[in-house]
Design a binder for this molecule. Sequence first.
Ligand code: TRP
Length: 335
Amino acid sequence: MFKDKKVVFSGVQPSGMLTLGNYLGAIKNFSAFSDEYHCYYCVVDMHAITVRQNPAELRRRTYDTLALYMACGLDPEKNVLFVQSHVPAHAELGWILDCYTMFGELSRMTQFKDKSAKNADNINAGLFTYPSLMAADILLYQTEMVPVGNDQKQHLELARDIANRFNGVYGDTFVVPDPYIAKTSARIMSLAEPTKKMSKSDENENAVIRILDDKDTVIRKFKRAVTDSGCEVCRGEGKEGIENLMSIYSAVTGKSFEDIEAEFAGRGYGDFKLAVGETVADSLAGVRSEFARLSADKKYLEDVMAEGAGEAARAAQRTMSKVRRKLGFIEPKRG
Ligand code: TRP
């Protein structure tokens, strides 16, 4: 069905609840890719176990993450949606790529350094080789484009280096992927510290709007958003808080900054915060009700996962056969 299309792959951790920043900056735009690209979106449960997980929670979050992506508009008829551990080729290629990834390279990864500092009692080998598994995710599907956040750029660079190294030794085997960092105006900042990015894992819940927050919560959080002591809705020195609210309002309504200034001229921050809160809550209401409907239907989610894993596994096998041949592994006889 997708034969001539280029491939997009992205992975998402089944951990933490996604934020308004994830939605406006990324997921909301993913559904548009499927016209032009063959898109794979994978819930990376194998990456998740590099830090200790509660099994019941991991299982629930895996279902929820899939349901949330679908609720944000990813249609399983037009995208391959699947769970990483359902396609064993990820682990298989991950091991192979471990042997083409250097200790020094992995040691330089900033995410490894950060996570080891945070999990000092569990600096396991999986945490260290996390980027080779991520490279395997991407290279298995001959991916051209990987939508990721800035924090994953270094991992993607490494995936490119691994692909080039392998291709250099064995001849063209993998497509070398490019990152796609959404260049949206919607860089969404924390509501508590507007010079910091809104982060999934912020300890202050008031700083973060979750895609699944209910209307009252969204409005309350916007009311409490940190702003300056002025009263004019406009951009300027020291007005990062207001500017952030303006970007959010602009991203949701499509209005320009000038329109927004005109709309709220002389009306003060209180009015503006309420308007942003209500508009955001209304725009998320559809996602929230769709999520509720989908997440109540486990059977359907399992069907989607199975369908996605089947298709992903077929594509992955094509790459694996090539890799085995190049490496000098004997292709196992099937059937
Ligand atoms: N490491 C990514 C993150 O934490 C998740 C991920 C795993 C990923 N495999 C991937 C992202 C492949 C893009 C492509 O966000």
